[in-house]
Design a protein around this ligand. Sequence first.
Ligand SMILES: [Fe+2]
Length: 101
Amino acid sequence: MLSIVPTKLGEAKDVDTEILRAGMIAELDAINLYEQMAAVAKDPAIKERLLDIAKEEKVHMGEFQALLLQRDPEQAKCLEEGRKEVVGAKARQGGSKKAGS
Ligand SMILES: [Fe+2]
């Protein structure tokens, strides 16, 4: 995990928001770990279990994100802006491919 989990809770401006973001980081880290281990596991049963657990971590990530978006309207707005930028870029790429082909 790259971020420092809040250890000075009394000093945090909004400790609950920091906790939710730290939770999201931990879940994303766990997803990567389980998927990386699944990729190298030799036993198919272990591989399958690891991928199933990774999927559960994605649900946990969604739970933290949902709570964060309730607490931080700016984050919710920026998430939507990011989504629109990606969709717009994809549409432009598709449009230029059609024009170029
Ligand atoms: Fe989790």
